[in-house]
Design a protein around this ligand. Structure first.
Ligand SMILES: Nc1ncnc2c1ncn2[C@@H]1O[C@H](COP(=O)(O)OP(=O)(O)OP(=O)(O)O)[C@@H](O)[C@H]1O
Length: 506
C-alpha cells in the first residue's frame, strides 16, 4: 500500500482572459485521504483539476500556469510539463459513445499499468450492477453514465484520483454508495483522492479535509469539514451577490447587470433570421477557404482540359496548328456550359452537404431544436430557409468563381502551346460558340442555371433530411455526414446528366 502524499506548491493559474484563478496556492492530499475542494461556481475548481491532470498547460491558448506537483519522488513543473499521475472523472462523463458500457470500462482496464491489475475490481463493478455490459452508452441514464465514467477511471489505476462533480445527476442512495466505494478504494489502495463538488452532503461525512477556493485572496485554504463552517465560508465569498445587493441599495445597476440589460434591448424576429442566414452564408459560401477550394478546382480543370485537349485530340500534333481555333472553341464551350458547372457543383455539394449535416446533426443530438420549439422560436424555418438560400447562392457564385479561374488557367496553358498568337485570338475563339449562339445564349445560361438550382435544391434537401433525423451519438452524426455526401453528389450527377440530355436533345 502506498503512503505517498500529493503536494501542490505555488500554483498560479491565469486564464486566457488574464484572470488569476489562484495565486501561489499550496495544498496537500495525504495517502488514504479523501479531500473535497469547494468554491463558488466559476471560481476555478475545474481549471485546477485540469491543470493537475495535465489537461491544460501553457501550450493551450493563452493559459499561464506556474507551480509544482509532487508525489513521492516525482516532481512535475506544471509550467513546462504535463502531469500524468492523476486519473480524472470528467464533469461531463467524456464516455466513448461508439463503445458499449462494458467496452468503455474494458478499454481502460486493458490499457491500465500492470501495477493496477492486482486491485480487486469487485467494488468497482458493484457500481455497475444495473447496467448490461453490452448496453450502448446512448441508452444509459445520466446517473448510469456517471457511474460508468467513475468505474472507467477507477479501473485505470492512476496513483492519484480526481473527480469533478462525481455526484451530479445521481440519486441520493447512489451518491452515498458512490462516496462509500470511493472511500474504500482510497483506503485500500492508499490513493489520495481529490473531489470537486457543489453537493457535498453525502461526501462530507467521509471527507478527511475540505479545501476552499477563496475567490477573494485567490488562494486555497482549509475549512472545517462540517456543513455550518462550509456554508459560512461560501457566504463570505458570494461576491456577485454582494455587488448586486450594494448596487441595489445605492440605486445604481451592477456593471454586469446593466450590460445584460443593454444586450436585451430591441430585437425583431427578422433580425434572428438575418443572423442565421449570415452564419450559413459565411460557412457555405463566403469563407476564404471555400473561395480558394473552388478557385483551385476551376484552375485545375482549365489546365487539364486545355493540355489534354490539344495534346491528345484525335488529329494528334499534325493538325494542331491548323485546327486549333476549332479545338479552342470546342473546349471553351464544353468547359463553360458543362464541365466547370459540373465540377463546381460536385465540389460545393460534397463539402456543403457535410457542413449542413454536421451542423443539424449536432443541433439534433444536443436537443437544440426541441429547445427552440419550447421557446417558441421558429428554428426549423430559420435554419432550413437560410440553408436553402445560402447554398443556392453559394453554388451560383462559386461556379462563376470557378469559371473565372478555369478560363484564366486555360489561357495560360494555351499560351504555352502558341506563344506567338495574340490574346485576342484566344478570346475570340474560346467564347465563340457562346457568342455565336446569339439569343440562344440565354437558353444555354438557363440550362447551366437549371443544373445549379436542381443540384443545390436536392443536395441541401438530402443533407437537411439526413441531418434532422434523430441522432443518438457522435458516431451517428459521422455516419449521417457520409450518407449526405454520397447522396448529395449522386443527386448532383443525376441533375447534371438530366439537364445535359435535355440541353443537347435534337
Ligand atoms: N478556455 C477558457 N478560456 C477563458 N476562460 C476560461 C476558459 N475555461 C474556463 N474559463 C474561466 O475560468 C473560470 C473558472 O472556470 P472553471 O470551469 O474552472 O470553474 P469551476 O469552479 O469549475 O466552475 P463550476 O463549479 O461552475 O463548474 C471561469 O470564469 C471561466 O469563465
Amino acid at each position: 500500500m502506498s503512503g505517498l502524499v500529493l503536494s501542490v506548491r505555488d500554483l498560479t493559474i491565469t486564464t486566457p482572459h488574464g484572470v488569476d484563478l489562484v495565486r501561489r496556492a499550496h495544498f496537500e492530499v495525504g495517502a488514504r485521504e479523501l479531500v473535497l475542494i469547494i468554491g463558488p461556481s466559476g471560481s476555478g475548481k475545474t481549471s485546477i483539476i485540469n491543470t493537475l491532470c495535465g489537461l491544460i498547460d501553457e501550450r493551450d491558448g493563452e493559459w499561464k500556469i506556474e507551480g509544482t506537483l509532487s508525489y513521492g519522488e516525482r516532481v512535475v513543473d506544471l509550467s513546462t510539463s504535463r502531469s500524468d499521475m492523476c486519473g480524472l472523472v470528467f464533469q461531463g462523463n467524456a464516455l466513448f459513445d461508439d463503445l458499449s458500457a462494458g467496452e468503455n470500462v474494458k478499454i481502460a482496464a486493458d490499457h491500465a499499468p500492470k501495477s493496477a491489475h492486482h486491485y480487486d475490481a469487485g467494488p468497482i463493478m458493484s457500481l455497475l450492477a444495473d447496467i448490461r455490459p453490452e448496453q450502448p452508452i446512448a441508452s444509459c441514464s445520466g446517473g448510469q453514465k456517471q457511474r460508468i465514467a467513475i468505474a472507467r477511471t477507477l479501473i485505470a489505476g492512476h496513483p492519484i484520483l480526481i473527480l469533478d462533480e462525481p455526484n451530479s445527476g445521481l440519486d441520493i442512495i447512489s451518491s452515498r454508495r458512490l462516496a462509500g466505494i470511493i472511500k474504500d478504494i482510497c483506503t485500500e489502495r492508499g490513493t489520495p483522492v481529490l473531489i470537486a463538488a457543489h453537493h457535498v452532503d453525502d461526501l462530507l461525512p467521509l471527507a478527511d479535509k475540505v479545501l476552499l477556493l477563496d475567490t477573494r485572496s485567490r488562494t486555497v485554504r482549509q475549512v472545517a469539514p462540517d456543513m455550518g463552517a462550509i456554508e459560512r465560508a461560501m457566504k463570505g465569498l458570494d461576491i456577485e451577490g454582494e455587488v448586486a445587493l450594494s448596487a441595489a441599495e445605492s440605486g445604481a445597476p451592477a456593471p454586469e447587470a446593466s450590460a445584460w440589460r443593454r444586450s436585451m434591448r430591441g430585437g425583431h424576429p427578422l433580425r434572428w433570421f438575418a443572423r442565421y442566414f449570415a452564419e450559413y452564408f459565411w460557412v457555405l459560401c463566403a469563407s476564404p477557404f471555400m473561395l480558394a477550394y473552388l478557385g483551385l478546382g476551376g484552375a485545375i480543370l482549365g489546365f487539364v482540359s486545355m493540355w489534354f485537349g490539344f495534346n491528345y485530340h484525335s488529329f494528334g500534333g499534325y493538325l494542331k496548328s491548323i485546327l486549333h481555333d476549332e479545338t479552342l472553341a470546342g473546349i471553351g464551350f464544353v468547359q463553360t456550359t458543362i464541365s466547370v458547372p459540373l465540377i463546381a457543383s460536385i465540389l460545393v455539394v460534397a463539402r456543403n452537404s457535410a457542413v449542413i449535416c454536421a451542423d443539424l446533426g449536432n443541433r439534433t443530438l444536443s436537443a437544440q431544436l426541441p429547445a427552440m420549439r419550447n421557446l417558441a422560436i421558429p428554428g426549423l424555418r430559420y435554419l432550413v430557409v437560410s440553408i436553402f438560400v445560402a447554398n443556392t447562392l453559394s453554388l451560383s457564385l462559386l461556379t462563376v468563381a470557378a469559371l473565372a479561374t478555369a478560363s484564366w488557367a486555360a489561357l495560360q496553358t494555351w499560351q504555352v502551346f502558341f506563344p506567338d498568337q495574340p490574346m485576342e485570338f484566344w478570346q475570340e475563339n474560346y467564347f465563340r460558340r457562346l457568342i455565336e449562339a446569339g439569343p440562344a445564349l440565354y437558353a444555354q445560361l438557363g440550362w447551366v442555371g437549371a443544373k445549379i438550382a436542381l443540384s443545390s435544391l436536392l443536395g441541401s434537401g438530402a443533407a437537411i433530411l439526413i441531418g434532422l433525423r434523430p441522432k443518438l451519438s457522435v458516431v451517428s452524426i459521422n455516419n449521417a455526414i457520409a450518407k449526405a455526401i454520397v447522396i448529395g453528389v449522386s443527386l448532383t450527377l443525376l441533375s447534371h446528366a438530366f439537364f445535359a440530355i435535355l440541353q443537347f436533345w435534337r
